[in-house]
Design a binder for this molecule. Structure first.
Ligand SMILES: [Zn+2]
Length: 58
């Protein structure tokens, strides 16, 4: 069974799915969503915490 599933890019922003071969890439080589322009840049470890550390004291 040759269920060779080609790599597909599914956008987390607009939920579109397209073959990785038919989507554009930015200058860094990351896939860019052809619909909304979302760049699938992987978060390099240190993700900025939205909540932040609890403010000690008041
Ligand atoms: Zn998108």
């Amino acid at each position: 069974m040759s269920t060779e599933n080609a790599a597909t890019f599914d956008c987390p922003e607009c939920d579109v799915t397209a073959p990785s071969t038919s989507v554009p890439y930015d200058s860094l080589g990351y896939v860019v969503c052809p619909v909304c322009g979302y760049a699938g840049t992987p978060s390099a470890g240190g993700s900025p915490s939205l909540e932040g550390p609890p403010s000690a004291g008041d």
